[in-house]
Ligand binder design. Structure first.
Ligand SMILES: [Zn+2]
Length: 307
């Protein structure tokens, strides 16, 4: 199941993020099928209440509306009466924010007596209080911040309901789409700080610690590979020179201490309009070679420095 996990997590995150928030079973391509089955097996997605109509499996002539009765799905066909519907006939699934809140409390080690609090219906929650670095952080979970109305409601709640400078915002919206660069609170994409393992979320402790550090204290210790503000790399005695923008990519990845960084966060941070770090290197074969020798990435848009 392990190779499926990153894709399952990314499917879960995008389902939470998208406006209608549904996984439509029929529209999945085969590469997403295993991730979908894992999410279903772990109970991380559930059949939506407003599932689309199904064709009556008995007469095959009438549309029937699936409803849950006595723990079974049934539909009332005008001709055949109540008909049991197997789960397989149901097409739409949604992720459950409640599950996510419970998992985040567990992953962060938030005391079990704490309950989460909904600050804006359906889009912003206070997950709980979390003590770290001699400070109590209010952990918030936000989603769909690229939507203007949601973003406004999020900002109003931040001012009214959260003490100044105590919030950490965990979100399913990428930083560049969330339009939050004016906020002083740490902002982190959910997929950057957790892993999905056996149906549970695990915190990436290093990455999380790094997120909570004030920007000026983030680790900029010396590198054994990069020199001159990351404009120069020396690999097995071979030298590679880079542009300022390229150096900024290395600097960002270096500060994450081996942690995986999402392309949107990187590009936002270095003020680049390119869609991912590789784009900045690909026009120069020599620089691209240096990039490939030092950086790894995956299909989910995450980049990290090779050890
Ligand atoms: Zn029928």
């Amino acid at each position: 199941m392990r190779p499926v996990a990153p894709r399952a997590l990314s499917m879960l995150v995008s389902t939470l993020e998208e406006p209608d928030g549904k996984i439509v079973e029929d529209s999945l391509d085969t590469s997403d099928r295993d991730a979908f089955l894992a999410l279903r097996e772990y109970g991380l997605i559930k059949a939506t209440q407003d599932a689309p109509l199904a064709l009556c499996p008995w007469c095959g002539e009438h549309d029937i509306e699936p409803r849950r009765m006595d723990k079974m799905l049934q539909g009332l066909c005008p001709e055949c009466g109540y008909i049991p519907i197997t789960n397989a006939s149901l097409k739409a699934w949604s992720a459950d924010p409640e599950w996510l809140l419970v998992q985040l409390r567990l992953a962060l080690g938030i005391a079990s007596r704490q309950t989460s609090e909904e600050l804006v219906p359906g889009t912003l929650w206070k997950v709980g209080d979390h003590r770290q670095n001699q400070k109590v952080w209010r952990i918030l979970l936000a989603r769909r911040l690229s939507d203007h109305a949601t973003n406004q409601a999020f900002r109003a709640a931040l001012v009214e309901k959260v003490e100044r400078d105590t919030a950490v915002i965990i979100s399913t919206t990428s930083k560049s789409l969330a339009l939050v660069s004016d906020l002083s609170s740490p902002y982190v994409h959910l997929a950057e700080i957790v892993h999905l393992r056996s149906g549970k979320l695990e915190l990436d402790k290093n990455r999380w610690d790094w997120c909570l550090k004030p920007a000026h204290l983030r680790d900029h210790d010396a590198s054994t590979v990069f020199f001159e503000n990351f404009r120069l790399a020396v690999l097995d005695g071979e030298e590679y020179e880079f542009s300022i923008h390229q150096g900024a990519v290395f600097s960002y990845l270096h500060a994450a201490q081996g942690g995986k960084c999402h392309k949107d966060s990187i590009m936002e941070d270095i003020n680049s309009s390119q869609k991912n770090p590789a784009e900045i290197f690909r026009h120069n074969p020599r620089q691209m070679e240096g990039f490939q020798r030092t950086v790894e990435w995956n299909d989910f848009g995450f980049y990290w420095l090779k050890r």
